[in-house]
Design a protein around this ligand. Sequence first.
Ligand code: S3P
Length: 167
Amino acid sequence: MQGKHLILIGFMGTGKSLIGRLLSERMELLVTDTDQEVERESGMLIPEIFAQEGEEGFRNREKRILANVLQREPQIITTGGGIVLLPENVHLMQKKGWVVALDATEEELIRRLSRDRSRPLLTGDVTEKVRRIKKERQGLYDFAHFKQDTTHNSPSKTAENIWRQWK
Ligand code: S3P
């Protein structure tokens, strides 16, 4: 897969950032996380961006960062769960990367996401929000070249599976 980025997409809580870091160590490739880049560039935390600029403001920033990172040397890119909402992001990722979609059962996602309350889209009733957003995004991650369910596998096992497929 020479010359392409390895891009991890998937719903919130599927383990993209952690698995991206494991792959980065294993493959000795740089890893860039679009959420982190958005925060670095704006000097704000994601909840602050949502509060001040709304979801639209965040999506604009995310889109700009993705296009920018995709122009860099081939590397591992981990993304926010909503990166697939803009068709232009999907086209760019398909063109410039080998895309891996991570998933987990709804029950498992709710369990993981209930422990971490930092996401602006999941304030209030996490169960209800996860169910609703998961339904809204049904099919949007399906364009990936390779898929991994993380419900039962450890992050290192998932990273290993991805690495084997990539080689
Ligand atoms: C979002 C996912 C978050 C972050 C933002 C919006 C989403 O990233 O980009 O809170 O719309 O799914 P993670 O998938 O890393 O939680």
